[in-house]
Design a protein around this ligand. Structure first.
Ligand code: C5P
Length: 278
């Protein structure tokens, strides 16, 4: 097989608790993460020379692009010096807190491993993914996972009950490091993520995100959009990751009064151990 098409899904953080600042500049966190059907597509074609193409011209073509960084890392670790054409069809908005770049990196690692004879286990791929970014290992899980450390310590959980989710992406973008820098640790709620996990298992979930307040401080319009979405009936409207996307659960509508937003109807998805996302 010389050609492979794979979906590369987005994620939402159903809860995200920040536990403290670490000496290495990262933050210790605990988050329940879930993949959703909003996705990019990656096409792998073994070729006689390397090529990267993308439907979004704003994405870089060097190793600052996580797809290229993942390809370089896989070749280094495996010692397998093949050439490949990678084509990325972008749907997941960027600077959205939906993990698009991290998902693309994980999909690249999984796809190359599949094409090149399964040299690495999923756990080994997760370890490689952790070198590329804190969220990359999660995207090598089966879609529902509790993530700790800086996000790279992944515990698989059973799939969440199927649920539709609206993604609302305001035109504003936020940089993840800037949101973390704005976070005031003393103002965080004293929630215990283990209790949050138990509540999810008992079917009475609580959804929260410690990065929401700093993101709303940096971009005050996000707070107005959140209120409008809440007024339109959704039971949960929460920023995903460091934003600027909101995910909305329950029954509601997209308020027509809010300008400058893109919306995506989506649902929770999971994969099996043997197969990638369909
Ligand atoms: O790991 P990744 O490259 O995705 O992280 C991007 C940035 O987000 C880091 O440089 C850091 O500023 C911030 N971050 C953090 N704590 C985490 C994850 C990310 O402070 N647990």
């Amino acid at each position: 097989m010389n050609i492979l098409h794979l979906k590369s899904p987005a994620k939402v953080n159903l809860f995200l608790k920040i536990l403290g600042r670490r000496p290495d500049g990262y933050h210790e966190l605990a988050s329940l993460m879930q993949t959703i059907s909003l996705c990019d597509t990656l096409t792998f074609t073994l070729s006689d020379h390397d090529r990267f193409t993308c439907t979004d011209p704003s994405l870089p073509h060097d190793s600052s692009n996580l797809v290229i960084a993942a390809l370089d890392l896989f070749r280094r670790r495996s010692g397998d010096l093949f050439s490949i054409h990678l084509h990325l069809e972008k749907q997941i908005p960027i600077q959205a807190g939906l993990g698009g770049g991290s998902s693309n990196a994980a999909t690249t690692l999984w796809g190359l491993n599949h094409l090149r004879g399964h040299r690495f286990s999923d756990r080994e791929l997760m370890e490689m993914g952790a070198e590329l970014g804190s969220d990359v290992p999660f995207f090598l899980s089966q879609g529902t996972a509790y993530c700790e450390g800086r996000g790279e310590r992944v515990t698989e959980l059973p799939p969440m009950p199927a649920e539709d989710v609206w993604i609302v992406k305001p035109r504003e973008g936020l940089s993840t490091p800037q949101v973390y820098r704005t976070l005031e640790l003393s103002k965080l709620s004293p929630r215990d993520p283990h209790v949050s996990l138990k509540k999810i298992a008992l079917g009475s979930p609580e959804y929260y995100n410690d990065l929401e307040d700093p993101a709303l401080t940096l971009e005050p319009r996000l707070g107005l959009i959140k209120s409008d979405l809440e007024r339109s009936g959704y039971s949960t409207v929460l920023l995903s990751g460091s934003g600027t996307s909101f995910f909305c659960l329950g029954e509601g509508g997209i308020p027509l009064t809010v300008e400058g937003i893109s919306t995506f109807k989506s649902r929770f998805i999971n994969r099996t151990a043997e197969r990638w996302y369909e």
